[in-house]
Design a protein around this ligand. Structure first.
Ligand code: C2E
Ligand code: CA
Ligand code: CA
Ligand code: CA
Length: 280
């Protein structure tokens, strides 16, 4: 059994070695992908329950790899974060998303429609971020209130005071902030009142278990109630069923996002979706 143990250890190391080489390879390719136009954005509409209007879209990055096909952000965002590539990648996303919103506005989209952009913790702690965002808004002529920056609850909890400072700079610029994946990051509720926030996004995991899990249902209800009492807009994401939608309507969630309404789509397909809803 000592031999088996040694063999297992060897296999484990061989496997780890392969995984590490794969990672190094992906990192090299990602560096190239950013410069060579292999990244693209998909957009998922955010629909206001009271009016049925598309009040915003969330930009979600995709990597169209020549050989590997479409790579999901769940695979390459962690690599980007660990290698520092998240900074150039994140800047590309911000520029591209605002540029797309500009094109939609030129085509006559609702001038109040927001563009939501995800930020990683490395971006959120980058002192140059507010200046960069201001520059992108200037270049694209997008009103600051049309941009909403999403940061996960767990990121804000890594350094709450720094997060508050960053959000205050955005608020001063007129840019909106939202907390993503809310309910998973173990934040002290006391902090919530100190964040200069506009929107709270209830994490998908709670939406998924609505009706099957009484506690998750109660959590959604409570999060929505609390957020409204704090004057925040509540977004529910990952809405997949009519039953979930009915429940979210009953607890007065403001905005819903999910496959039931629309999957994340390339810009041209999203235009068709909005035209059909006469939102463009
Ligand atoms: P997220 O910000 O929480 O985004 C929501 C994810 O849920 C997206 O996955 C979206 O496609 C997916 N989704 C939307 N509706 C449904 C639904 O009804 N059911 C289910 N099961 N899923 C749904 P995606 O696009 O694969 O992105 C995964 C994560 O990658 C994002 O989670 C975000 O954390 C990160 N990410 C994506 N784009 C960017 C980016 O530009 N910058 C950064 N820093 N992170 C990004
Ligand atoms: Ca998000
Ligand atoms: Ca989320
Ligand atoms: Ca997430």
């Amino acid at each position: 059994s000592k031999q088996i143990g040694a063999l297992r250890a060897e296999m484990y190391h061989a496997d780890l070695g392969r995984q590490m080489r794969e990672r190094v390879e992906l990192e090299k390719e990602l560096r190239h992908a950013i410069d060579s136009g292999q990244l693209l954005l998909h957009y998922q509409p955010q629909i206001e329950l009271s009016s049925g209007r598309v009040v915003g879209v969330e930009a979600l990055v995709r990597w169209q790899h020549a050989k590997r096909g479409m790579i999901s952000p769940a695979q390459f965002i962690p690599i980007a974060e660990q290698s520092g590539l998240i900074l150039p990648l994140g800047r590309w996303v911000l520029r591209e998303a605002c540029g797309q919103l500009r094109r939609w506005q030129d085509q006559g989209s609702d001038p109040d429609m927001k563009m939501a952009v995800n930020l990683s913790v490395a971006q959120f702690t980058d002192h140059e971020l507010p200046d960069f965002v201001a520059g992108v808004l200037r270049e694209t002529g997008i009103a600051p209130a049309c941009l909403e920056l999403e940061i996960t609850e767990s990121c804000t909890m890594l350094s709450p005071q720094q997060s508050i400072n960053m959000m205050e700079q955005f608020r001063d610029m007129g840019v909106h902030s939202s907390i993503d994946d809310f309910g998973t990051g173990h934040s002290a509720l006391a902090y919530l009142t100190r964040f200069p926030l506009d929107t709270l996004k209830i994490d998908q995991s709670f939406i998924r278990n609505i009706s099957s899990d009484e506690k998750d249902t109660a959590l959604c209800d409570t999060i929505a109630y609390l957020a409204h009492r704090l004057g925040l807009r509540v977004v529910a994401e990952g809405v997949e069923t009519q039953q979930q939608l009915t429940f979210l309507t009953s607890i007065h969630v403001d905005v819903v996002q999910g496959y039931l309404l629309c999957k994340p789509l390339p810009a041209a397909d999203l235009e068709n979706f909005m035209l059909q809803r006469s939102g463009l």
